[in-house]
Design a protein around this ligand. Structure first.
Ligand code: PLP
Length: 379
């Protein structure tokens, strides 16, 4: 089977497995003061340092969570709570539901920040909106802008947007779940205030993530209990998961040049499918993650393609796959102005650390064979 669904979950890296097994063997609570507890704490802090190093952050500014979703939820609800709701959330139109839905439930006004047809935040729109900002009426502006989109791979102008927001007296939260290990993520250079990460997108285990919070940035906890993670996220830490996250992150940063080199093969695959089947590639005019490809041809329904690819031995997602596996209209493609008829045929291929060059050719061939049997036959 060729696995081309890394943006959903990357297979666990050997380094992560090894670190997880070692952590399981410790078998103690990192908050305990005895020797085994201290050994657990050492592993926890080692992982924090590995992840901090990867994003140019101080380890102590990272809070471990149960995943990317919780990291986003903590950032948005935590800042709103600390500001007593005196803020307005500006949420980019292409954010993951972990951001849009938490923003929607945060109990403060939410405005959609538009994107261009190429799938990047419309900086002109942001500038115009901030120019009209009324701090007494709108409160603090809080922008939520992801590092790279999970469906299209389009990389966002986070640094530029965060600068504008900061100059307007606001704060920026960045969901970097799809960015880590694929592009450089440096919190200082980005100039953001909060940044969410998830282990299972970099070859760590599922169910572990982290939120980086700039020292001094407003944040109230949303979960209360034993006071772990500087009282910002109570609950005994998932030690083996976190150890796997740290090891996977270190390996992902080491392997980043190799991952970025996949762009050549991704581009060749897209060029072949464009010339032989006339596909439309979404976000092709923007900087994209090297390993992501989202494309469509009219009339070839996404579900049909995903099934045909699966039968042909290639695991992919529909461009709009949601967590339940059902296909629904892609809000990302809609936000980019893609017509429903075309968006319904969008599929996403995403490669990663264990992909081989031959996988791109093989995936393209399986897709072309399926297209020739169905939609291209009638063309
Ligand atoms: N943000 C983005 C951009 C994602 O792609 C995902 C995962 O699909 C998440 C957040 C949620 O992360 P997790 O699955 O760790 O909760």
């Amino acid at each position: 089977m060729i696995y081309a669904d890394y943006n959903a979950t990357a297979p666990v890296r050997p380094e992560a497995k090894q670190a997880m097994m070692a952590a399981l063997d410790v078998g103690a609570n990192p908050s305990s003061v005895h020797g085994p507890g201290r050994a657990a704490r050492k592993l926890l802090e080692q992982a924090r340092s590995q992840i901090g190093l990867a994003i140019g952050a101080r380890a102590q500014d990272l809070i471990f969570t149960s995943g990317g979703t919780e990291a986003n939820a903590l950032a948005l609800n935590g800042v709103v709570a600390q500001l007593d709701g005196k803020c307005t959330l500006l949420v980019s139109a292409i954010e993951h539901e972990a951001v849009t839905k938490n923003a929607g439930y945060a109990g403060v006004p939410v405005e959609t920040a538009y994107v261009t047809p190429e799938g990047t935040l419309d900086l002109q729109w942001l500038q115009d909106r901030l120019a009209k900002w009324d701090l007494s009426r709108d409160g603090t502006p809080i922008l939520a802008l992801m590092m790279a989109n999970n469906e299209t791979g389009v990389i966002q102008p986070v640094m530029e947007a965060a600068t504008m927001v900061r100059e307007a007296g606001g704060l920026t939260h960045c969901d970097a779940v799809q960015g880590l290990g694929k592009v450089m993520v440096n919190v200082g250079l980005l100039g953001v205030d909060y940044l969410a990460l998830s282990a299972h997108k970099v070859g760590g285990p599922q169910g572990v993530g982290a939120l980086w919070v700039r020292s001094g940035a407003p944040l109230k906890p949303v979960l209360f209990g034993g006071g772990q993670e500087r009282s910002l996220r109570s609950g005994t830490e998932n030690l083996s998961g976190i150890a796997g996250f740290g090891a996977a992150t270190e390996a992902a940063i080491r392997d980043m040049p190799k991952l970025q080199a996949l762009a050549t093969h991704r581009d060749a695959m897209e060029a072949k499918l464009a010339s032989e089947a006339g596909i439309t590639v979404f976000g092709a005019g923007s900087d994209r993650l090297a390993q992501t490809s989202n494309f469509a041809i009219p009339g070839f329904r996404a579900e049909t393609q995903v099934m045909a690819m699966d039968l042909g031995g290639v695991a992919v997602s529909s461009g709009s796959a949601c967590s339940s596996g059902k296909v629904k209209r892609s809000l990302v493609l809609s936000a980019m102005g893609v017509e429903d008829a075309l968006a319904e045929s969008a599929i996403r291929l995403s490669f990663g650390w264990d992909s081989e060059i031959a996988d791109f050719d093989a995936a393209a061939q399986v897709w072309l064979d399926a297209a020739r049997r169905t939609v291209l036959k009638s063309a």
